[in-house]
Design a protein around this ligand. Sequence first.
Ligand code: GLN
Length: 550
Amino acid sequence: MAKFIFVAGGVMSGIGKGVATSSIGAILKSRNFNVTAIKIDQYINVDAGTLNPVEHGEVFVTEDGAECDQDVGNYERFLDRDIYSANYITTGRVYQAVINRERNLGYGGKTVEVVPHIPEEVIRRITQVAKESKADFVMIEIGGTVGEYQNILFLEAARMMRLRRPKDILFVLVSYLPIPKMIGEMKTKPTQYAVRTLNSAGIQPDIILARAEVPIDEPRKRKISVACSVSREDVISAPDVESIYEVPINFEEENLGNRILSKFKMRSRGRRDLSQWKSLVKTIKGANSAVKIGVVGKYFETGDFVLSDSYLSVIEAIKHAAWAHNRKPDITWLNSDHYEKFPRAVSELKNYDGIIVPGGFGARGVEGKILTAKFCRENNIPYLGLCYGMQIATIEFARNVCGIKDAHSTEVKQKTPHPVIDILPEQKTNLQRKDFGATMRLGTYPCKLKAGTAAFRAYKNSDFKKEVKNGDIVISERHRHRYELNNEYKKTLEDKGLVMSGVNPDRDLVEIIELPKHKFYLGTQFHPEFKSRPLRPHPLFSAFVKACLL
Ligand code: GLN
């Protein structure tokens, strides 16, 4: 029988609930338990696929093609396991399922009501994940902050579940303790309010994670303990850290793993092993020289602030690869719009060891990205193009090497005479029907690598999962796109030296392109960043960083 750990947030959003959830999972995993995690998002959107990344951060894609919240990526990285679509729950998904069931007479003529039918569907989904994953522990992160109107039905589901199986359920509140400048003291009151609010939803937290700039001290632990009816040992210090991968270690220093197990009346399964995390953190802190990577994209700015959340997995993948080469990742956000307005500014790219053009959509900033690809190609600067970044590199090559001046993608210029990047036939129908939700080419597809290429070498020399048959290597990677390299231009591009180093064997779609006479110039139609893990960096990112150091 699985145990369930609900994680909710208090006081404010953005305090690292996802990392806390993942880290609790990681410390249980380090005791040889099978752990999985579920993300609950409160929005009506059925999935994150239709959300603007500036508003909601990255859209993370699972093996089975679900477009999820970025926290799912954190779960995969911390738990080092694949998380599937079923582990992602939104208000939209829940209501959709309940309404469909009602339409199919699944409620046998009963009045279908928000309570209990909505929480029941939530519980059904959670228990289903437990059953299918055979997990010992299921972590469930409830999005939003307690006291919000929108997540109340999820808290209600947690409360109902606890009523049914009190011994199997634990509640963790991740709260925030501000240190206002003018007071100069850590304040516990907002956390006390958050607990009261949770209490009014019928839930008493078992453990409080005290997020703050600095570790929480003894008197404040005691204060929270008394005011919130949580024992002092269960108020866990969770200060800001240099790297999120320190969090599991910090939690263990606070004895969190043992506290959780004792509440479930369980014992550790074998010896606890945090050695991999410890050596990773040692590497992170030990690396002193940097590798300077420029990321040329457009989803950065909101008001006066710069956000990098839209590219979270890209950032993580760069970090993993940099650490594997004992370097500190030094990432700079470069706005492609800017190069469009000031084309000569692109020469600043020579100040970087390497450039990444990540995924993207639409016309804005495209010419700036094309200039970026050109500058990197001509100046032997390592270039890694991810999805749109690969399409951009292809357009640039067609225009400036093959002399097809008006080469373009039909995504940007529908009537271009030279659609070197063109819409996939099935996607045309989707767009005509305005059927946008979850209709892209999503999830995992195989890719056969061409021997002798940089891509082939990178995968071959790594422990990345692959099928090797008669010297051929087939890997599989995750996708999220509607457009593709147009095979009608394949020969022209190849004749001028562009190498198609990875192809989907079933549909002959180009998956990887590269240039041989270059330090590193490679683009992927898929998103390798989704499969990079801290302890197992992605081979292409690793090869890219290696080239950056040449
Ligand atoms: N906009 C491009 C397409 O749909 C690339 C998508 C992406 O970068 N994820 O094919």
